[in-house]
Design a protein around this ligand. Sequence first.
Ligand code: DER
Length: 233
Amino acid sequence: SLIEQAKQKAAFQAVDEHVLPHHRVIGVGSGSTVVHVVTRLLQRDPALNAKTVFVPTSFQSRGLLLDGGLTVGDVEQYPDIDVTIDGADECDSDLNAIKGGGAAHLQEKIVAEAAKKFVIVADYRKDSKVLGEQWKHGVPVEVVPFAWTAVMKKLQALGSKDAKLRMAMKKAGPIVTDNGNFLIDAPFGLIHEPAKLLKDIKLITGVVEVGLFCDMAEIAYFGCEDGSVIIRT
Ligand code: DER
């Protein structure tokens, strides 16, 4: 599809330009765009990959790396990551991002922060001026399960309309993250001050992590319908 081709173009160019031969520890995000990141990594010289440790951010990304025969390590053992590449649900013009569409934003944020450089790869649907323009599912908020109704009330008090506990599709009841927590998707309309909203949500008791990545990404690659790639820094 045009969207998959756009994701692939962005992912391939980002890997080619930011995963360098001297790098030894690479963080790998979660979701569908990073599938193309791993595909490109597997096209590198096997001798280079043999000297490299890849740090996943979910069972999904761990599975991609293991299926590719790549060496997997965790951020506990490898706290100094050369570069982390990950997708996003939406970016604004300052490269603040909404993440967590794939329910993986806690480990993703930890692995992104541990990296010297954080690179976003996405298709054109994620390229916005202001957060909330295109992504209508709200800010993903990972919460301690028994606190979810208390957190929900505080999110509504912060101005979120129609916040919802994320329900599973092929499992009865709510989604449970790789970390054993629940997720609330909290819409806030257009988010003109993402850093302030991040702080306000993070301070709610029972919140584990918030799917707002502010002032973290150094560069973003957006694959376009016509096969071109827009690069924003
Ligand atoms: O859940 C996540 O944070 C993913 O990285 C998500 O933001 C991007 O997923 P996609 O590449 O499948 O759109």
